[in-house]
Write a protein that binds this ligand. Sequence first.
Ligand SMILES: Cc1ncc(COP(=O)(O)O)c(C=O)c1O
Length: 338
Amino acid sequence: MGKIYNSITELIGHTPLVEFHRLEKALGLKGRIAGKLEYFNPAGSHKDRAALEIIEEAEKRGEISPKKTTLVEFTSGNMGIGIAAVAAAKGYKFKVGIQNGVSIERKKLLEAYGSELVNPPEDLIKGVFEKGIEAFNDVYQWMLDTTPDSWTTRQLSNPDNPGAHYRHTGPEIWEDTDGKVDIFVGGVGTGGSTHGVSKFLKEKNPSIKTVIAQPDKADVEHPVVQGVEDGGFHGIHAVHDENGLNPMAPTNFNDKVVDEYETVTYAETLRAIHLLAHYEGIFIGASSGASLAIAIKQALKDENKGKLIVPLLPDNGERYLSEDLQRVREDVEKKASF
Ligand SMILES: Cc1ncc(COP(=O)(O)O)c(C=O)c1O
């Protein structure tokens, strides 16, 4: 029987879970690692899922429609690209607020999908870094005030962001592992993916462990190579320290579904990226590399012998070619712990 899809939106989700057998063997891992390859989503990341869920749930509530609504969001990353693609496929206009320093690939992708790019006033953006997460509301308000008939997707607090991963990504991992997943690894940007996946998995089996990959503070403060300039490793940030959850932790992140926070250096991140590319033919982005590095560290432990570890791998390395993510930097990688 033939199969013709009606829209790119039908291709979001159902991403493959792949076991990294050659990597396991090369590193002598005790645990097994199967990566969830989110770059198989049509616009290239796990954010396609959040974009679709946020838009379709708002449509169901009758809050937006392509004829009357312009969608607005403030994002320099994959969320903008996901919304841009879904908006185009559904006929919405999309206006995206970006910060200076957004990678050229991302700006060009947003342009390709027909989005309007704007720079919110500098003082509002500065407020976000000085006052914390609450100040995002000022940027959103500016975007709403300057755009007629607009509606904001509010990725940091919209419950349909974690909802997408609770209703889809988590169940996919559960089904594809026949319920045998032992450890889930993810990173926190908005917190949507780790919150949604972990909540679902723990409801199925409370003994499944969730580990959060946290960029090493020292590497973020003193970056030795590109890829750490946004205060984290491209999309993920440290949200937890010795004092607990910090004020920059987004509303969409729920630390009740987290068992461990593990620090990952940029050297480990790069080494994980290059090992996966060289042994498995899979070239992932920096946040994926960070989660894979933590998965490797977990898989090296005796206590995790035979356990199945699933890192969520949000996007691929092609999105960062201008930063030479593909280049093996032996001087940096020799500092990795595996
Ligand atoms: C590449 C990348 N990795 C990880 C994340 C974090 O995902 P989440 O927002 O679901 O926490 C993002 C976006 O925020 C991202 O763009």
